[in-house]
Write a protein of this length. Structure first.
Lengths: 309, 418
């Protein structure tokens, strides 16, 4: 039991068996979250630190609650309120946290590869909570948990993802994880936001929103950052919502029992009309709960490995 | 001072002894007249190598490299002549900085140093620098390396004005609006989420410079070619008689962008490492003469500038001490080119492009030479390098062609300790 690696850097590093172990463990953890007494002792006597160089509501809070539900001492550092603001390097910051007896560092950073650059230099386990445009593995795991609760298998399932694919670490982690379990991923977004060579990651590049969501078992919208309009990636919000949003009509093209996901935060009326966000097929709010469950599972399995060594 | 190097093979000759007298290659003399007799142990004596694209960092960035350490590294790599790029602090854009570099180089005495001046003041791409006065002070070329001249009109003026003084123009070709990424744009950059810099960025500026050189009938030299499109366009331009010359670096024919997969910043440089098809095109360009020379783009950085997040890391790697061995191992040992062709690429051609007059081994020529062991494999060890930089991707590589001794003007500038 436990993960093979000291760290969780990305879906790239996980085997299909490890992904399934995390998802199965998360299902159990979800029972803890829904119980009256949200307390386990799995992380008792352990310390977990979140180190965030970017803003976050749900990822950071869900990691913090996950570690507290399991009894760990936890602390948070953000770039703006720490010595990072004085220019301390990432490596020095990581070593400092490591030397305080920290077991797990949960890190978000605007640059791809940042957690990789410290992981093999410190004793603590590093969990990637989003690095630049590279990966956001616990987001993919919570998305997959949400699917797993509805599918008996990922094999042959069609997953449609629409939006700003270029800048999305959520797409990359989902594409890698879902491909490892045999699902088919289609992506679509403005060509200006479609990275060269994405098809080499095993995804199909669709030709329209309709083509992307057709016969999908699950549909995922992606947040588009409105400031990207300034760099000529799309001309206006009005045009984006007309040609690239997942509208009720588009959602009808998916399979009848398909469900709608979004990693949040959502720009209502841009990538999703509010009516779609709130529709019966939407599981967006449940994803949030699953985020806590999956993060409990990840912390539990990383600690199991540390305890076994 | 009289020196004899015996028990050697002399490159491109059937001689097995080299005589040096008063800094020059000389006629034979008796061994008992020699002040020193060097036993070359059967190794090969080559003309001293020439690198027309290095960064010595002085003045201003002495924490990365000094002229003394950079030229010591050059000597260890078999080089007796190097040309240093102007992106120092202050920028080498005036005669005073040129003279300062030459003075420091003479004091160090490790290698001939030929400064390259900035084409525009402070490399700001607005006003021409004092090219004529810098030429009088000793520059052999102009370049805004790393900050390519973005404006075609300004590039035209640089090419025209330089031609009045017979100053070669070397351009680092990257259209910055397409080329701000930290690695090559492609499936690897997409998979690891690093912003990419496209081959189109390099190709577009190469095409612009070729068009200007043809239109104005002036020479242009294309720095560190890394793309298939660049090689193809230069080949076509040469066939039409355009006065273009080109260089590449060992990393472009030994490495690909797949090396960046683990975010190791020692694989980060500009232009970035490309895909396998581009690597093969560069080799083809070396084979058929499209690319005229191998340079290092030796770019020492401090550990603190490389031991950071990939996108934050400085561009560039050191190269002076690995260039010959990599080129010999990967181009000559593999049978892709002959040893004679390699010395064209690393000595005669670069010397001729910048009119340095180096490479001669006839009686009366300056005794610039290097002795290489072509037979025994060695392990390239970054901790043995003489450069201050440790930013090499080649640490631990098994190579052939280790420098045994280098001599500039009859003076030993490097000798391998047994």
């Amino acid at each position: 039991m436990g993960l093979k690696s000291k760290d969780l850097l990305g879906m790239k590093q996980l085997t299909p068996e490890e992904i399934m172990e995390i998802l199965d463990t998360a299902k159990t953890m979800k029972l803890v979250i829904s119980s009256a007494n949200k307390k386990t002792s799995h992380l008792q006597g352990k310390s977990v630190v979140t180190l965030f160089y970017e803003n976050s509501t749900r990822t950071r809070l869900s990691f913090e609650l996950a570690s507290k539900y399991m009894g760990s001492a936890s602390a948070n550092i953000s770039a703006s309120g720490s010595s990072v603001a004085k220019g301390e390097s990432l490596l020095d910051t990581a070593r400092t946290i490591d030397m305080m007896g920290t077991d797990i560092i949960i890190m978000r950073h605007p640059q791809s590869g940042a957690p990789h650059s410290i992981a093999n230099r410190i004793k603590a386990s590093v969990v990637n909570a989003g690095d630049g445009m590279n990966e956001h593995p616990t987001q993919a795991l919570l998305d997959m948990l949400t699917m797993y609760e509805r599918f008996d298998t990922f094999e042959g399932k069609n997953i449609a993802i629409c939006g700003d694919v270029y800048h999305s670490r959520v797409v990359r982690s989902n594409a890698i994880g879902l491909a490892k379990l045999g699902a088919h991923v289609s992506v679509y977004g403005p060509r200006t936001m479609m990275p060269i060579g994405i098809e080499k990651m095993g995804v199909r590049v669709a030709s329209s929103v309709a083509d992307c969501v057709k016969d999908a078992d699950a549909v995922m919208g992606l947040r588009v950052q409105l400031e990207r309009q300034k760099s000529s990636l799309f001309p206006s919000v009005a045009e984006y919502s007309k040609f690239y949003a997942i509208t009720p009509e588009m959602l009808k093209l998916a399979k009848p029992d398909a469900f709608l996901m979004h990693p949040g935060p959502c720009n209502h009326g841009v990538e999703l009309p509010t009516a779609v966000y709130d529709c019966d097929q939407s599981v967006i709010n449940e994803q949030v709960t699953n985020g806590v469950a999956v993060r409990m599972a990840v912390l539990y399995l990383l600690m199991a490995r540390r305890n076994n060594l | 001072m009289k020196t004899i190097i015996k028990n050697c093979k002399v490159f491109n000759s059937d001689k097995d002894v080299v005589y040096v007298n008063d800094g020059k290659f000389s006629e034979a003399f008796a061994e008992n007249e020699a002040d020193e007799v060097i036993d070359a142990k059967g190794n090969t004596v080559f003309p001293g190598l020439v690198d027309i694209h290095v960064h010595l960092r002085e003045p201003g960035y002495e924490y990365r490299e000094t002229i003394a350490t950079g030229t010591a590294a050059a000597a260890r790599g078999g080089f007796t002549s190097v040309c240093c790029m102007p992106n120092t602090l202050p920028v080498c854009d005036n005669a005073a900085v040129v003279s300062g570099i030459l003075k420091k180089a003479a004091e160090a005495g490790n290698c001939r140093v030929y400064p390259i001046g900035a084409a525009t003041k402070d490399i700001e791409n607005t006003e021409l620098a004092e090219l004529g006065l810098m030429k009088e002070a000793g520059i052999v070329a102009v370049s805004n390396d790393g900050k390519p001249i973005p404006n075609a009109g300004l590039m035209r003026k640089v090419l025209e004005y330089s031609s009045d003084f017979d100053i070669p123009v070397l351009n680092h070709c990257e259209e910055k609006s397409l080329g701000t990424g930290a690695m090559n744009e492609g499936e690897v950059s997409t998979a690891i989420g690093i912003r990419g810099s496209s081959t189109a960025a390099e190709d577009i500026m190469i095409s612009r410079d070729l068009i200007l050189a043809e239109y104005l009938n002036v020479p242009v030299h294309i720095c560190h070619v890394s793309t298939m499109g660049g090689v193809r366009m230069i080949r076509e331009a040469k066939a039409r008689g355009v006065k273009v010359t080109a260089e590449t670096c060992p990393h472009y024919f030994t490495l690909t962008d797949a090396c960046c997969e683990n975010y190791d910043t020692n694989f980060k440089m500009h232009p970035p490492l490309r895909t396998e098809e581009h690597r093969l095109a560069v080799i083809e360009g070396l084979k058929d003469g499209t690319i005229d020379c191998i340079v290092t783009d030796h770019a020492p950085h401090h550990q603190d500038e490389k031991d950071v997040e990939f996108s934050n890391a400085n561009n560039g790697i050191v190269g002076l001490e690995s260039s010959f061995a990599l080129s010999y191992t990967y181009l000559v040992k593999t049978g892709i080119i002959t040893l004679e062709k390699l010395i064209d690429l690393m000595c005669y051609n670069p010397s001729s492009i910048l009119k340095l007059g180096r490479g001669g081994m006839n009686v009366g020529d300056d005794a610039d030479l290097t002795i290489m062991d072509l037979e025994n494999e060695f392990t390239f060890d970054k901790n043995k390098m003489l450069t201050k930089g440790r930013n090499t991707p080649f640490d631990g590589w098994k190579l052939f062609g280790e420098t045994q001794l280098t001599m500039m003007g009859g003076k030993k500038t490097y000798e391998k300790l047994c």
